[in-house]
Design a protein around this ligand. Structure first.
Ligand code: ZN
Length: 507
């Protein structure tokens, strides 16, 4: 007898539907599984048979074939245990076929028949909603992850016995998942922006970066507060919307990074990989590719401290995603595309000892300083819209604390600027000023005659590249938006130019 059950699996960070078919017939007793399976899926055979026996179901000596389709996608993970068990129970006559129709399920089985949690349940249920399934059956361990999903009844089960008990009820006794109400959550940073003494220019650069998604590089002396500012930036971003949180949580779920304690990602990701990170861990990879740091930073911030300490090959990985906001990985098992739309923030000292340009403390030679800066390739430096220099704050300034804007006030400003951009780029496929390209820059970043003159002069005098020229315009657009000015004025251009420390110096 032949039976099929619906399931789904994670491929990269996406989810595809999978049909699990089981066929039981007379013949030489045996069990075979087909359908381009990884060894982990193959092991399901042992787990399922033992789990069913231990749950009190007897197995006749017959020939069993299990097929997972589509056959051209490599399947991995342990989530197929439950649908295989269900298909078998149905083929053996323990379950009525009608109750499995249009029901999607996933879960791992233990030998005793318990249904255990798996990674990626959020995208799997999301897939089931899109496929218009009438019910989704998941492990109880994963129940918290899907609390926010509405539009489908979700049944969370603990073991196989419970599973078959529910199957006897009308429509599995399940009701529509109401979808828990979304509550915004603020990022709690260690410091409030008003507590950071001095460094007004760097703080301003941080606000511009957050307001228009402009990549920011902070160069400065040891102890000037670079890390402190970087760590405070997530706090001035507006809270995640439900849609954003679901998208990010889907990625984390596929990566197996959600737990019962942390079933959803509710605050903007802030990833700070150490400089010893490998290119693979940054970009994502593996035989069945898992998302790397740049994908885990999607819609959030990737902060690289001590930028020159990262190996060149690691940094080169960033080139494509910084341009295209996604990363493509090719493997034997297929081509994978991961989202990687993040704000890139980096910090570095200007010399190996960390005290340059303070010549009283720094003993590095000019060549050493130049070599240190040269560690980062031009194409990577080219990706920064904003570059700010930071010197150590004199003691008097720290004590004479000038109260600046609080994180909360800045967040409001950034939020308003995001809304201005949302209105302007509605239906244009652009979300932020920092993401404008080519013709769009000419269209949306028009400046006054004086502004144009100033830019022209700078272009000739500072020998700006076209790319740098465009970056100044885009940054000026955000500065104007922060001031709610429709037109880009001279003051906006000159401020944008003040954040081009990289062009002014020949490091
Ligand atoms: Zn030095």
């Amino acid at each position: 007898m032949f039976r099929k059950v619906m399931s789904a699996t994670i491929v990269g960070v996406n989810c595809i539907s999978v049909q699990v078919e089981a066929d039981v017939r007379n013949g030489l007793p045996g069990f075979s599984m087909v359908g381009y399976l990884s060894s982990r899926v193959r092991e399901a055979q042992e787990r399922v048979c033992t789990a069913l026996r231990n749950s009190g179901f007897s197995f006749p000596a017959k020939h069993i074939t299990v097929n997972l389709s589509p056959a051209d996608v490599k399947k991995d993970g342990t989530g197929f245990d439950l649908p295989i068990a269900a298909a078998l129970l149905s083929a053996l006559g323990y379950l009525d076929f009608a109750c499995l129709e249009n029901v999607c399920m996933a879960g791992e089985l233990s030998l005793s028949g318990e249904v255990k949690g798996i990674r990626g349940i959020l995208p799997i249920v999301d897939r089931a909603v899109k496929e218009k399934c009438r019910l989704c059956i998941i492990p109880k361990e994963n129940a918290k992850e899907v609390e926010m999903i509405d539009g489908i009844p979700i049944l969370a089960v603990e073991n196989m016995r419970e599973f078959t008990d529910y199957a006897g009820l009308k429509n599995w006794g399940a009701e529509r998942n109401p979808g828990k109400k979304w509550e915004e959550e603020n990022y709690e940073s260690e410091w409030d922006f008003c507590e950071i003494a001095g460094q007004e220019a760097a703080k301003e650069a941080a606000v511009i970066a957050a307001a228009g998604f402009h990549n920011l590089l902070m160069i400065g002396t040891k102890g000037s507060g670079k890390t402190m500012i970087a760590k405070s930036i997530p706090g001035i971003f507006p809270c995640l919307s439900k849609e954003e949180a679901m998208e990010i949580s889907g990625i984390y779920s596929a990566a197996g990074l959600l737990s019962q304690e942390k079933p959803l990602i509710k605050i903007r990701p802030f990833r700070t990989p150490h400089h010893t990170i490998s290119p693979k861990a940054l970009a994502g990879g593996g035989q069945m590719p898992r998302p790397g740091e740049i994908t885990l930073a999607h819609k959030g911030i990737l902060f690289l401290d001590e930028l020159p300490e990262f190996s060149r090959s690691t940094l080169e990985v960033l080139r494509q995603p910084l341009e295209e906001h996604k990363i493509c990985i090719s493997r034997v098992s297929g081509n994978f595309q991961f989202p990687a739309d993040f704000l890139f923030i980096a910090a570095m000292n200007a010399c190996p000892c960390g005290y340059y340009p303070d010549r009283n403390k720094c003993s590095c030679s000019d060549t050493e300083v130049a070599k240190y800066m040269g560690k980062i390739s031009g194409p990577i430096l080219d990706r920064f819209d904003l570059c700010t220099e930071m010197k150590q704050v004199p003691k008097e300034k720290i004590w004479k604390k000038k109260k600046g804007k609080t994180t909360c006030e800045l967040r409001e400003m950034v939020k308003e600027t995001h809304e201005i951009q949302k209105d302007r780029y509605k239906g244009k496929g652009v979300s932020f000023n920092g993401r404008l390209q080519g013709k769009e820059i000419e269209k949306y970043c028009q400046t006054s005659r004086e502004g144009e003159k100033l830019l022209q002069r700078a272009y000739e005098k500072m020998h700006l590249s076209v790319r740098a020229y465009h970056k100044i315009l885009k940054t000026a657009r955000t500065i104007a938006d922060l001031e709610k000015s429709e037109k880009i004025e001279v003051s906006h251009i000159s401020k944008a130019m003040s954040f081009r420390a990289l062009d002014k110096k020949d490091w």
